[in-house]
Design a protein around this ligand. Structure first.
Ligand SMILES: Cc1cc2nc3c(=O)[nH]c(=O)nc-3n(C[C@H](O)[C@H](O)[C@H](O)COP(=O)(O)OP(=O)(O)OC[C@H]3O[C@@H](n4cnc5c(N)ncnc54)[C@H](O)[C@@H]3O)c2cc1C
Length: 494
């Protein structure tokens, strides 16, 4: 039988993962990527001796990466050295006090006891339940393609689902264990990765606390882009071709079946097409309306995860006492979250996050210098994303950093680049300039997400952060696998 061929639109982690699994199963795969570098939101750039990861900075769920590598006969250590960070991260609380989250569980329990007597035992129980959710969630639920409710009908899963707190909110779940507001905030923090608020996120996602506190925060030496380099190497081992600076302009359909892609570099034909770029863009810009599954009102009513305002900064000195990851939660999150979700506007006094990988990794900054990544979550789709707005926020962040660290920062900046909503749109065709796709609310989970197989066009599939299972690098890896397995399964029955 002649081998089958596939075109994957987009070389983010999801596209690379989909392509590798299809390649492994005998498909001739070509990835077409509009940008000049593979990796999508996880790209990297270098300037003046600084090496900046453009998107992800938290390496969580190392087991998901290892599973991916093992599927191709590899280990993470074939590609990079992983370091567990300790402290995992620092948080500045509302009073401006620094709280370091230790990697060691005994020390973490001692920290909880300092804030609330008896809370260490509650934390133990909380994490035990979270471990169960992680086991069922990450090993079973996220591998469901989300095409039918019947996928969830096997007994083990049904029994599991009852213990998964799908109908309780993360906020009330945390509050049922812990009373101290600072500890509550610590336990709610990982939910921010899912792009939704703790009151709107099912407590199923306390599995993220297990990922945070039990599995730990890691860092690949050389930067997060090492992941992309590893994925590209694996894809190539599986015979995948990657065409950079090649932009899909439309999907070619014949007799209701996707048969190819029209690009700025000509036509590419294949048996299967996978849209692994932003789902909204693939549907609304690459397909005629008759072939689109979702209406404008569907997209308008989706709850998007936030976009963000980012700064990549090089300093001409090291910062004393700087941690690899720091969360500036020294303002009222209620106000900031209202400015993201309820009444979208540029935030008045935002929370923000800093990463300083040069604290751990000397290779990402020249000797004696610091590499900083600053991030403020903002509502997607905001107007007024201009340099003067961005600068105002940079000053705000630097002022708060200078106050907390007790040293001058602004006058030591020797490299600076900002990145926000308009860049997400230009670089990735991101719907409303979103950074992390759709928010993981209950009404946007599993079968309620945009489908990974088109209902209207045969042989057209999707992977990536807007379809199952959701945003983040580990879910992107899983999305690629689930999509590829579905294609292989469908190929057997067609
Ligand atoms: C600032 C930021 C911080 C983050 N932090 C973390 C973190 O710490 N940890 C974590 O796990 N996750 C993090 N994430 C989320 C994670 O990076 C993403 O969920 C994941 O990388 C998305 O992968 P993807 O393959 O779905 O999409 P993308 O990475 O967006 O890849 C899609 C690709 O498709 C290409 N494309 C789009 N349209 C076309 C077209 N018409 N033709 C050709 N190519 C096209 C794009 O150029 C892009 O390369 C972060 C994201 C951002 C933005």
């Amino acid at each position: 039988m002649a081998s089958k061929s596939a075109i994957v639109i987009g070389s983010g982690v999801a596209g690379l993962s989909t392509a590798s699994y299809l390649g492994q199963n005998g498909y001739e795969v070509t990835i077409i990527e509009k940008n000049s570098q593979a990796g999508g939101r996880a790209r990297q750039f270098s300037q003046d001796g600084f090496v900046f990861d453009m998107g992800p900075s938290w390496y969580w769920m190392p087991d998901v990466f290892e599973k991916f590598y093992a599927d191709f006969g590899h280990k993470a250590s074939d590609f990079y050295e992983l370091k567990r960070l300790d402290p995992s991260y620092r948080v500045y609380d509302k009073q401006g006090k620094a709280v370091d989250i230790p990697a060691d569980m005994e020390q973490l329990e001692a920290l909880f006891e300092k804030y609330e007597k008896g809370s260490s035992l509650k934390l133990r129980q909380f994490l035990k339940e979270a471990a169960y959710k992680y086991e069922v969630g990450i090993n079973d639920l996220v591998y469901k393609p989300g095409l039918s409710l019947l996928e969830f009908a096997d007994l083990r899963l049904l029994k599991g689902l009852l213990k998964m707190d799908v109908l309780t909110s993360m906020r009330s779940h945390v509050q049922s264990f812990i009373k101290d507001p600072i500890l509550q905030e610590l336990l709610e923090f990982p939910i921010l990765f899912l792009g939704a608020l703790p009151e709107n996120t099912p407590a199923l996602y306390s599995l993220m606390n297990y990922a945070d506190m039990s599995l730990g925060t890691w860092y690949p030496m050389g930067g997060m882009f090492k992941i992309v380099e590893a994925f590209v190497a694996i894809a190539k081992e599986q015979g995948v071709k990657i065409e950079l600076e090649t932009e899909a302009k439309s999907i070619i359909i014949e007799n209701g079946k996707a048969v190819g892609v029209e690009t700025n570099k000509g036509k590419f034909l294949a048996d299967v097409i996978i849209g692994a770029g932003d789902y909204h863009h693939i549907e609304t810009k690459l397909l005629e309306p008759a072939y689109q599954q979702y209406s404008k009102s569907y997209w308008d009513s989706r709850k998007m995860a936030p976009s963000c305002l980012l700064f990549y900064i090089g300093l001409n000195k090291k910062l004393k006492g700087m941690k690899h990851h720091t969360l500036f939660f020294d303002t009222d999150f209620g106000v900031h979250s209202g400015e993201i979700y309820t009444n979208p506007q540029w935030p008045s006094k935002p929370l923000f996050y800093t990463s300083a990988p040069s604290v751990t990794d000397p290779s990402v900054a020249p000797e004696g210098k610091e590499n900083l990544f600053l991030l403020i979550p903002v509502a997607p789709g905001l107007g007024g994303d201009v340099e003067s707005t961005r600068e105002k926020y940079l000053d705000m962040m630097l002022e708060r950093m200078e106050e907390k660290l007790g040293e001058k920062i602004k006058e030591h900046i020797i490299y600076k680049r900002s990145y926000s909503i308009s860049n997400f749109i230009d670089d990735y065709h991101a719907f409303k300039g979103n950074a992390y796709g759709l928010a993981n609310t209950l009404s946007q989970t599993a079968i309620l997400k945009p489908r990974l197989r088109s209902k209207k066009v045969k042989s057209l599939y999707f992977s990536g952060q807007l379809t199952v299972p959701g945003p983040g690098v580990p879910p992107g890896i899983i999305s690629g696998k689930v999509c590829a397995l579905q294609i292989l399964k469908d190929a057997k029955t067609n």
